[in-house]
Design a protein around this ligand. Sequence first.
Ligand code: UDP
Length: 234
Amino acid sequence: MKYKRILLKLSGEALMGGSQYGIDPNRLKQYTEEIRAVKDQGVEIAIVIGGGNIFRGVQAEGSGIERVQGDYMGMLATVINGMALQSALESAGLYTRLMSGIKMEQVCEPFIRRRAIRHLEKGRIVIFGAGIGNPYFTTDSTASLRAIEIQADVVLKGTRVDGVYTADPEKDATATRYNELSFQEAYEKNLNIMDMTAFTLCQENKLPIIVFDMNKPGNLASIMEGEMAGTLIK
Ligand code: UDP
């Protein structure tokens, strides 16, 4: 395998599938299959999942909810998604641990770096919930930070497009996809890959990012085998 340990970032929004809110059971099943395929290849997997399908901190503004409070609500939303994903993976016979950036011991373990690494070494899939545990951050930043902490080989950002394009492919038919980009190029061209905090963390720590289509069956597994089914930023 090209990668031994990966950090997979899934957006909360993607979990909605065709719905407007919440968690689509079919999407959950589909993701479970994609993750299982990679597990079968012997890859160590850590996952960060967003919360956008339930709540985002920025939503709070203007609704009478204070921003910081909203951010915590968003973090709790990621735990809900993490719990759903954990259950789905376990029903498929996989071993998992959910670790949270905010202590909630009845529900999951607190995030302890050495422990997370140990889980991975033992073949457990580790899901990081509640983001970093601090407001004003995103789950993209969480993905970058946790990936560096656990010494992952790469951050895989699962999206609904198959990589980074010169323009938005859903709006511009002439847009073309990059196979590979440097951090500097992505920055200069103002390509929105992750928020700046997340992006800079990866750049400074020489952690490559792959943006790929998570909804295409078998895609994740083929990337593990070295196929360039997305955009590599390094
Ligand atoms: N959040 C936060 N700190 C973190 C991670 C997340 O405050 O370390 C909050 C923030 O309000 C964010 C929400 O949790 O809007 C949900 O995460 P995100 O928007 O990144 O989810 P996604 O867009 O991937 O679904």
